[in-house]
Design a binder for this molecule. Sequence first.
Ligand SMILES: [Zn+2]
Ligand SMILES: [Zn+2]
Length: 95
Amino acid sequence: MAKRTELTSYAYRKMRARVLAESDVCIICGHPDSDAVDHVTPVARGGARLDPDNMAPIHGVTGCPTCGRKCNNEKSDRPLSQVTRLKTSRDWYAE
Ligand SMILES: [Zn+2]
Ligand SMILES: [Zn+2]
């Protein structure tokens, strides 16, 4: 669970805007209109905290307008590789 201060910080919002400008297709369900971003590799597991390359679009507290899933809740702190095998146009697991 990410800390509140991190989620509301200026640096986070700036990075979220940058990531969502590139793509708003949710990494969990594959639908567009993501309103949040989350870490591909959790910070607790050594992922970069404010690196756009470690961030993926995801549906936040309001959920997905297409399928209704609360994607960020489903993911929690697990690595994305454990919650989805979804193929996107971007290979998040490339070296
Ligand atoms: Zn989603
Ligand atoms: Zn969806």
